[in-house]
Design a protein around this ligand. Structure first.
Ligand SMILES: Cc1ncc(COP(=O)(O)O)c(C=O)c1O
Length: 436
């Protein structure tokens, strides 16, 4: 017998509420020229006004903003508001209804999906961890991934394999990233598929090289491969989306995958420690961390487990840094106000400008493809005779903040975004020129 929870009980449980650096980059000395409340009026059509919503040090060209993303004024103001609210009254609850629900609705509008398809997480890594630690695999099913993914995917599927005994195979999608081809990448994944492959684990934009995968084409190829397979045997396309999310405008229908995990604290410039896991095949996995949603409480109190997995059940419960979680809404709204297509255009125009400038330098080897169809905002390269970490340090002296990739071999990495200007791109090119 389930008994509805009253509001006080829900509040009491928190239900209604509810880096380690993977790259190196010297910290700039921030000069806080504006405050959350003192930021100039926001005109989303004016890139200078967009940039003015951030308190980045204007002395530096910021090409590592995606690493530990700064928040724009509306996000900072929301964090401050919720922090003050919680400090004044620990029963503080914004909006009069479940904040998680309205965040999921906002996120759903942003990605063109349904709120019930979205689990709220703390990071990309947590999303992938929930996915790969929760997927149910039957005997003989296997996992396919690629050589180019980040630790979160590789370790996630290794843990999946340890738990289930499934075999994991890796395919190589390109030898020279600068010459990656969409057709060849899809073909390599197709060739790696086995008759019982249940999980295809890939990354939308490789943080090792800046290569963007043609996720839609991979999904179309898989749809063909899945034809005639039972639902429980269908190969599921699972995507680490973090370096595409907030940089590339595609929604979930455009991607056509089954699961997509992303932090909202990188290219979306949302609050740190926030993210989403979107999925359309939730019953393929079991929740890993007990949720704090209504269904979890009902199951707990009635002693009867839920009939099926839902995104809400898969959303980890426990108390959060609520002032950050609740400010996710403002991050989605900020980018929506600018326009997702405009954000993508700007990000890619700046990346194209940077690549063109770097390509002209004889001591620079670009790793990222020229084509905007095969890249996003990441631009990776090597400098003849200079270690990437040394290049980062010397660029910092020239007021350019770049980072290194946490891969072997490591590369020098730039990220163009809504916080960078064309002038800063030109200055970065000049600074790299000076590294010869
Ligand atoms: C491809 C990729 N996935 C995931 C992460 C980690 O993201 P998060 O901090 O949201 O877990 C990184 C590191 O920045 C990354 O490069």
């Amino acid at each position: 017998m389930t008994r509805p929870l009253n509001r006080r009980a829900l509040l009491g449980t928190g239900m209604l509420a509810g880096v380690a650096a993977c790259t190196s980059s010297p910290a700039p000395q921030p000069a806080a020229t504006t405050t959350a409340t003192g930021a100039p009026a926001f005109d989303p059509d004016d890139w200078e006004s967009v940039r003015a919503q951030f308190t980045l040090d204007p002395a530096y060209g910021q090409f590592a903003a995606f690493v530990l993303a700064p928040a724009p004024a509306p996000v900072r103001a929301a964090i401050e508001r919720h922090r003050a609210g919680l400090d004044a009254d620990p029963h503080y609850l914004p909006g009069g209804r479940s904040p998680d629900e309205s965040i999921r609705e906002t996120a759903a509008r942003f990605i063109g999906a349904a709120a019930q398809e979205i689990a709220l997480t703390d990071s990309t890594t947590m999303g992938l961890g929930l996915l790969y630690s929760g997927l149910r695999l039957t005997r003989g099913q296997d996992v396919l991934t690629t050589e180019h993914d980040f630790l979160a995917t590789h370790e996630g599927v290794r843990l999946l394999a340890d738990r289930t005994g499934a075999k994991v195979r890796r395919v190589r999608l390109y030898d020279d990233p600068a010459r990656a081809s969409a057709g060849r990448m899809v073909e390599a994944i197709k060739e790696g598929l086995g008759p019982r492959t249940r999980v295809v684990a890939v990354t939308w934009v490789h943080s090792s090289t800046g290569v963007r995968l043609p996720i839609r084409s991979v999904a179309d190829m898989l749809a063909e491969a899945n034809r005639g397979r039972d639902e429980a045997d269908r190969a599921l396309l699972c995507v680490d989306g973090v370096h595409g999310f907030g940089a590339v405008a595609d929604g979930m229908d455009d991607l056509g995958c089954d699961f997509m995990a992303s932090g909202t604290h990188k290219w979306l410039f949302g609050p740190r420690g926030t993210g989403i896991l979107w999925g359309r095949a939730w019953d393929a996995l079991a929740p890993v961390i007990p949720g704090f949603g209504q269904a979890s409480f009902m199951a707990w109190q009635s002693g009867e487990g839920p009939a099926e997995t839902t995104a809400e059940l898969a959303t980890p419960g426990g108390y959060k840094a609520f002032e950050h979680r609740w400010a996710m809404t403002q991050a989605f709204n900020f980018q929506t106000a600018i326009g997702k297509d405009r954000v993508q255009r700007r990000t890619q125009e700046l990346a194209t400008r940077l690549k063109a400038g770097l390509r002209a330098l004889p001591h620079v080897r670009l790793a990222t493809p020229d084509s905007p169809d095969l890249s996003a905002g990441l631009v990776c390269c090597s400098i003849d005779g200079l270690e990437p970490a040394e290049a980062v340090a010397r660029l910092h002296d020239r007021k350019v903040i770049a980072s290194t990739t946490p891969y072997v071999p490591s590369l020098l990495r730039f990220g163009t975004s809504i916080v960078t200007s064309p002038e800063q791109v030109d200055h970065a090119i000049e600074a790299v020129k000076g590294l010869a």
